[in-house]
Design a protein around this ligand. Structure first.
Ligand code: SF4
Length: 246
């Protein structure tokens, strides 16, 4: 399917089958999944459910700073998440930690412009470079739909462990759509591939080439760890641009 609404349509068209949608992503995708659940509820579907693996964004930044093991001067903040949360959700970085941030878009020029603005800050602040999409207050309607359908839950993060309140599960009024309650499947604990140091990469403790598997056994064509899977992954990006500067 291309969207959670396709899954709702599929369930409506095939009442003899159970349709489970895997809800992944951050505040960027969670509102659409919440809206699909509302649609499923309105249509009284009993064969549609969602396995919510959603996570929310500000909490891991706080966890990273609380660990205090990486010298962080500033953050390039996530553009699409900020479309929903607004930049105000990240104001605590400057206010509580004295660390600035700039919400960036995804074009190379966006990232460069965000870096320039970050480097030019005289006082830590949270600013928006991605002004064509992000407002300080974000999308309040999308957040209302999210908070109607979901509630915060503890969630496990690669390299950071369990962060309280950083995930989303279905709120009690919508628990009948929770796949993990409808089907008794125990996925067991998550495990990293042997030798993968993705957690340390994500915490900024090592650069990807320090991992003994980087570029040899782990490549974008044959990834071993999660950081090499998508083009946005830290190891994949490092691999793609590894020759720059040499
Ligand atoms: S994703 Fe690959 S290169 Fe990156 S830390 Fe894991 S194994 Fe190493």
């Amino acid at each position: 399917v291309y969207s959670p609404f396709d899954a709702v349509e599929l369930a409506a068209a095939r009442p003899d089958r159970q349709v489970v949608f895997a809800g992944i992503g951050f505040e960027t995708t969670a509102p659409a999944v919440a809206a699909a659940i509302l649609d499923g509820a309105r249509r009284e579907l009993t064969n549609f459910s969602v396995l919510s693996l959603h996570k929310t964004m500000p909490a891991p930044l706080r966890a990273l700073l609380d660990l205090g093991e990486t010298a962080i001067d500033g953050f390039i903040l996530p553009g699409h998440v900020s479309v929903i949360t607004g930049s105000l959700a990240f104001d605590f970085l400057a206010r509580e930690y004295g660390v600035g941030g700039v919400v960036a878009g995804f074009e190379p020029a966006d990232v460069l412009a965000a870096l320039v603005r970050l480097a030019a800050q005289r006082e830590p602040a949270v600013a928006i470079e991605y002004t064509r999409a992000v407002r300080p207050e974000g999308n309040t309607l999308a957040r209302e739909v999210m908070s109607q359908v979901f509630e915060p839950s503890d969630a496990e993060w690669r390299g950071l462990g369990t962060i309280p309140g950083s995930g989303l599960v279905l709120a009690p009024a919508f628990r009948q759509f929770a796949a993990e309650e409808r089907f008794s499947v125990d996925p067991g604990p998550s495990r990293e591939p042997r030798g993968c140091r993705c957690g340390e990469v994500l915490r900024g403790l090592i650069d990807p080439p320090v991992c003994g598997l980087f570029g040899e056994r782990c490549t974008p064509e044959q990834p071993i760890g999660a950081c090499m899977v998508s083009s946005e992954g830290a190891c994949a990006a490092y691999y793609r641009y590894r020759d720059i500067g040499e």
